[in-house]
Design a protein around this ligand. Structure first.
Ligand SMILES: [Zn+2]
Ligand SMILES: [Zn+2]
Length: 350
């Protein structure tokens, strides 16, 4: 961490002498004109003049009577003798920030008048990292793609038209899954294997990533002290990179329940009243080859013909609705334009 003090520069507005020293030359060495605190600027790197053991007392103060600039320690104006209590502090130049190893941005007395720091606001860095902007561009294009996809899906599901339909048939299906107990092969992180598992093999795989420090980014900040000097401070922040974190992945055998077969019962008319398939289990209990009942599912489908287009269509409903839609009855309802299936919930008798 270096923290050095250097002289600001100023140009004499009376004789045109350039690059006078902010601290050493309170008056122009060629014409004797007084230094104007508002015309100071930062020097190029090659022309920096260091200040050793400089006692800093504060920013210069302007005489309220004659506007002559005085050092902060003065009680009365060096030009006219007026008291300085009511005088204004010298405004400070915006901090100059630049990446380490790059020359400081060019500064001139003309630019100096335009970028004084407004007291109480944070100084803005001179260079913006261009990386931020490209991330934003990437982010916006992802949003655009997602929006188009969402719109497409919305149109597929929401785009409907109305039509008239006649019921032409019914069908139903009831299923029961049968699970068998026995050894099954699974893969998991080795430290998450359930108790009683038999390990078959293990290997290294990437489980996550972690951030580790990878050097640092440094910049130099020049701070106008307001008394003809500036401080140059080196500011560094750590850089990070992501590295893979490996862990043991295991293939193992474990005893458990697994769907081994599915029983199904079907019907094709309202007259076949729905029933569950008969369940015959090989053996009950918990043994290799034992069986138990798993998930039950039921589906009730009504088939229609659209009156106008003569096209077949169908939809699934709860059993209570399904049993009330008799063959030959006419209904008004909506049908999705993409896919062409009728919406059972929209049906109203004609
Ligand atoms: Zn001069
Ligand atoms: Zn004065």
């Amino acid at each position: 961490m270096t923290d050095a003090t250097y002289q600001m520069l100023w140009d004499c507005k009376f004789c045109g002498q350039k690059k006078l020293l902010g601290l050493t030359h309170r008056f122009c060495p060629s014409c004797g004109g007084p230094q104007d605190a508002t015309s100071r600027y930062f020097p190029p790197d090659a022309e920096k003049v260091a200040v050793e053991n400089h006692p800093y007392v504060g920013a210069d103060i302007a005489c309220p009577a004659c506007e002559h600039w005085n050092g902060r320690a003065s009680k009365c104006c060096g030009n006219c003798g007026s008291p300085l209590q009511a005088g204004k502090d010298a405004l400070l130049r915006q901090d100059q920030v630049h990446a380490e190893g790059v020359d400081a941005p060019t500064d001139t007395a003309q630019a100096a008048h335009q970028d004084f720091q407004v007291p109480g606001t944070a100084p803005k860095p001179v260079s913006n990292p261009p990386e931020k902007r490209s991330h934003l561009g990437c982010f916006l294009s992802i949003i655009a793609v997602v929006a188009v996809l969402a719109l497409g899906i919305f149109v597929m599901f929401a785009w409907k038209r109305t039509g008239a339909f006649e019921v032409v048939g019914h069908s139903w299906e009831r299923k029961i899954e049968i699970e068998a107990y026995g050894p099954g092969r699974k893969t998991a992180w080795c430290d998450e294997m359930p108790g009683g598992s038999k390990e078959l093999s293990r290997r290294k795989e990437q489980k996550s990533t972690s951030k580790v420090q990878d050097g640092e980014d440094c910049q130099k900040r020049r701070k106008d002290m307001g008394d003809g000097t500036f401080k140059e401070v080196r500011e560094c922040s750590p850089k990070y990179k992501e590295v893979p974190v490996l862990a043991d992945r295991c293939d193992f055998e474990v005893m458990g329940w697994k769907t081994s077969r599915t029983l199904s019962q079907k019907g094709t008319s309202l007259k076949d009243s729905p029933s569950w398939p008969r369940v015959d289990l090989a053996k009950t209990g918990t043994c290799v080859g034992c069986e138990r009942e798993g998930k039950r599912t039921e589906t009730y489908t009504v088939r229609f013909v659209e009156t106008k287009t003569k096209k077949d269509t169908s939809c699934d409903t709860p059993q209570s609705t399904w049993s009330t839609l008799a063959v030959g009855k006419q209904y008004q309802g909506t049908v999705s334009v993409v896919g062409g299936s009728v919406n059972c919930d929209s049906l109203k008798p004609k």
